[in-house]
Every structure is written in structure tokens, then in C-alpha cells.
Design a protein around this ligand. Structure first.
Ligand SMILES: NC(=O)c1ccc[n+]([C@@H]2O[C@H](COP(=O)([O-])OP(=O)(O)OC[C@H]3O[C@@H](n4cnc5c(N)ncnc54)[C@H](O)[C@@H]3O)[C@@H](O)[C@H]2O)c1
Ligand SMILES: [Zn+2]
Ligand SMILES: [Zn+2]
Length: 362
């Protein structure tokens, strides 16, 4: 049996997304059918729509989601119908060279559902990040479902499925921010604000938030930023140095995805410091830096995919911190909308009005 449900589809580069009837198959071996409860609008959905990720249109967008397991394939043991889960895009294989050396957070062979969801005419859909959760139901690999405390708000919990985990993990896992460190975060949308939160959780003493939008900077303060810089009218590198005794920050997190902001991050870190690139560049972007500076400044230049998270380890832990009032996930939910509000939510994101618009279903 298959399920006819409504979902948000991007059919072509730059064209407004549309609400379409989609066909979701019943779960086969290793798969789970999810009744989606909430799904945040991430900038990566917009990147897909703009053709910045790949050209495998049509896309079923949405990937920052929570929901209830409705059915599972015959051999599935890790989740069962009725479980409240956050969907992840890192279902680890357990068998690749990263997994074998005990670094499953870098798994090189993550998997998704095998069966395809389609439009009613049979056209196969490419689900964003193998999830596709701007839909009443979606089909994922069972390993993409992480059980968390069902008392958590679906809208808040779903955000761990991408942007908030990416930001917190960029600070804690990739940047290895420690107690007393100085951190600068360039770009304080949903991902960057989460990096501010992660730095705060990790005990950073100085947390400098950088954005071109004063509203984003005000929100960043609520998440724990100790200083803010408006990049539209201040020199970012100079100001970060001023705020760190002339040295630069121990860890600088780039959460925009542009060569210009990456260059700022590169020069705003202290000697032997760490740059973490979490913003996603488009394939045409290039950067030129003096090789002597890359050598001479030492330290490490890292990129962070999904905050180097292990969903099974990190999601339940972060939900516990949320339930204890130590992680303000609700603060990221700027508004809740219906499925038909996704296109407008992209515009609000572009205008900088929201951290996260979250689609609520049912
Ligand atoms: N690495 C990952 O795993 C991962 C996961 C999710 C999202 N992302 C990426 O992270 C980036 C941020 O995502 P988001 O959802 O927070 O987007 P967003 O649009 O909400 O946030 C981007 C922020 O950058 C600010 N900005 C733009 N230009 C700037 C500049 N020159 N200087 C300083 N700030 C500037 C904007 O005002 C905005 O607040 C995107 O590129 C997204 O694709 C990466
Ligand atoms: Zn693996
Ligand atoms: Zn995302």
C-alpha cells in the first residue's frame, strides 16, 4: 500500500515551491514511515531550490523534522510504531573506513530509504538531505530516526535535525570550544545562533556574535553572546581582535558560507586558533589566501558537516538539556506556519526576519 499526502516540491531552479500530492510507499526492509509533526525551514532548503546543491529536481524539501513512527519495515528493530523521533541525515553504516576506526560521525556511507517517493505521475522525487519532511508523511531509513523524550515540543525538537545541531556541534564537536575560550561566530541565523548557544554550553568566556542585522545580534545576546559586531558598519577582523586583547579569537565559526566572511574568520582567529566553516558555499565560490599566512598562523582550518554529530549520542542528550531548561530550543522558533507557508518563509529568511519558521502539521 502507498500513501497519498501533501508535500512541498521545488520543480525548477528559482521557481516558487508548490504544494503537491505525493506518493509515499509503505516501508520496506530497513525503512520507516513517519507521520511528520514539525519541520523547520533551513537555508539549505533554499540552496536546493536555487540549484546550489545539485540539479536533481524535483526536490521534496524539508529536512529539520520530528514526528511519530507510523510503520516500519519487517526487519526494523531500533524504532517501533508510536515512537517520537527526530529525523537525522546521518544514518551511519557501521562498516565504512570512518566507522571502522570508531569515528562514525564522519561515516562516508550514510544511507537513506531505498524506495522512492514520487509525484502522482510517477516522477521520482529527490528528498532534501534524504529526508523530505515538508510533507504529511515521509519515508526514511530506520537509522535516520532518533528516539527522544516525547515530552519535548515537536517544533523545538525537530530543529536538532539540522541547523541547531549543525551550529551547536560546530562549536562543541568540531571547534572543541572549551571553558574560558574566546569564540567569534560570523553569521547569526539559526545555525550561527546555535553555535553561540553551543559555545555558551561549553563554557566559553567571550562569545562575539557577528551579523549584518541588528535583530539577529539582539537574539544572539539572548543565546549567550557577550559582544556583538554589526559587519555592515564595523571592521569585523579589527573589532574581534580588539575584543580579544589584540589577539583574535581561539575559535572562529563561519556560518554564512561566503568567501568574504571565510576570509574574515581566517584573519580574526588567534595564532594556532581554529576556523570552523559550517556555512555552505556554492560550487562556483573560490577563495585566495597567501599560503604563507595559512602556514604561518598555524592552527587548524576545519569544516563541519552537521556539527560532526552522532545523532544517537547527541540528540537525546540535547533534548535532556532542553527539558532541564539549559538549552533554549524554543528561542529558535520565530513562528509556526502551515505547509503552504514555506515559500513566504524563504522570503522572511532572506529578509532576515526569522531564525526559524517551523512548519507544523496535524
Ligand atoms: N554544515 C552544515 O551541516 C549545515 C547545516 C545547516 C545549514 N548550513 C548552512 O549554514 C548557513 C547558515 O544557515 P542558516 O539556516 O542559519 O541561514 P540564515 O539565512 O538564517 O542565516 C545566515 C545569517 O548570515 C547573516 N549574514 C549574511 N551576510 C553576512 C555577512 N556578510 N556578514 C555577517 N553575517 C552575514 C544573515 O544576516 C543571517 O543572519 C547556510 O549556508 C546553510 O546552508 C550548514
Ligand atoms: Zn560508515
Ligand atoms: Zn538544514
Amino acid at each position: 500500500m502507498s500513501h497519498e499526502v501533501q508535500g512541498i516540491v521545488a520543480r525548477a531552479v528559482g521557481q516558487p515551491v508548490s504544494l503537491e500530492t505525493i506518493i509515499v510507499p509503505d516501508p520496506g526492509p530497513g525503512e520507516a514511515l513517519i507521520k511528520v509533526q514539525a519541520c523547520g525551514v533551513c537555508h539549505t532548503d533554499l540552496h536546493y531550490r536555487e540549484g546550489g546543491i545539485n540539479d536533481e529536481f524535483p526536490f521534496l524539501l524539508g529536512h529539520e523534522a520530528s514526528g511519530i513512527v507510523e510503520a516500519v519495515g519487517d526487519d526494523v528493530t531500533e524504532v517501533a510504531p508510536g515512537d517520537f523521533v527526530v529525523l537525522n541525515w546521518r544514518a551511519v553504516c557501521g562498516d565504512c573506513r570512518a566507522c571502522r576506526r570508531g569515528e562514525a560521525q564522519y561515516c562516508f556511507a550514510t544511507h537513506n530509504a531505498t524506495q522512492k517517493m514520487t509525484l502522482t505521475d510517477g516522477t521520482e522525487l529527490s528528498p532534501a538531505l534524504g529526508i523530505g519532511a515538508f510533507a504529511e508523511k515521509t519515508l526514511v531509513a530506520a537509522g535516520q530516526c532518533t528516539k527522544v523524550d516525547p515530552a519535548a515540543s515537536p517544533a523545538a525538537a525537530g530543529l536538532l535535525g539540522c541547523g541547531v545541531m549543525a551550529g551547536i556541534g560546530a562549536a562543541i564537536n568540531t571547534g572543541e570550544v572549551g571553558r574560558g575560550d574566546s569564540v567569534a561566530v560570523i553569521g547569526c541565523g539559526g545555525v550561527g545562533s546555535a553555535a553561540v548557544c553551543g559555545s555558551d554550553l561549553a563554557g566559553a568566556a567571550t562569545i562575539i556574535a557577528v551579523d549584518i542585522d541588528d535583530q539577529k545580534l539582539a537574539w544572539a545576546r539572548e543565546f549567550g553572546a557577550t559582544h556583538t559586531i554589526n559587519a555592515a558598519n564595523e571592521d569585523v577582523v579589527e573589532r574581534i581582535r580588539e575584543l580579544t586583547n589584540g589577539n583574535g579569537a581561539d575559535v572562529v565559526i563561519e556560518a554564512v558560507g561566503l568567501p568574504a566572511t571565510y576570509e574574515q574568520a581566517f584573519y580574526a582567529r588567534d595564532l594556532a586558533g581554529t576556523v570552523v566553516l559550517v556555512g555552505v558555499p556554492t560550487p562556483d565560490m573560490k577563495i585566495e589566501l597567501p599560503l604563507i599566512d595559512i602556514f604561518g598562523r598555524g592552527g587548524s582550518l576545519k569544516s563541519s558537516w552537521y556539527g560532526d554529530c552522532l545523532p544517537s549520542r547527541d540528540f537525546p542528550m540535547l533534548i535532556d538539556l532542553y527539558m532541564q531548561g539549559r538549552l533554549n530550543l524554543d528561542g529558535f522558533v520565530s513562528e509556526t506556519i502551515g505547509l503552504d507557508g514555506v515559500e513566504e518563509a524563504f522570503h522572511k529568511m532572506e529578509r532576515g526576519e526569522v531564525l526559524r519558521s517551523v512548519v507544523e502539521i496535524g
